[in-house]
Design a protein. Structure first.
Length: 82
């Protein structure tokens, strides 16, 4: 639903209270999802329940490292016209 709204109004204020609350709800939902998935793995096998958060941590570090290396602005102004 949020994607549909943001598609229609792409230039919303990123620092507004509603945008911050939306980001907070998104983060809380993601954390709750990972906690629930870990509970399922723990129920199946305690070893999988212990390994899952470690794998998530490694994945988050690798993804963060990858995103931090991305160029957010092109060096060549002609690249934006493609």
């Amino acid at each position: 639903m949020v994607n549909l709204v943001e598609e229609q109004y792409p230039y919303g204020r990123a620092r507004s209270t509603s945008a911050r609350l939306l980001n907070l709800c998104f983060i809380m939902g993601a954390v709750a999802t990972f906690v629930g998935m870990d509970a399922v793995f723990w129920h199946i096998s305690w070893l999988a329940g212990v390994a899952f958060p470690g794998i998530l941590l490694v994945m988050a570090l690798v993804c963060g490292w990858y995103v931090s290396d991305l160029d957010h602005e092109p060096d060549d102004p002609d690249e934006t016209q493609h």
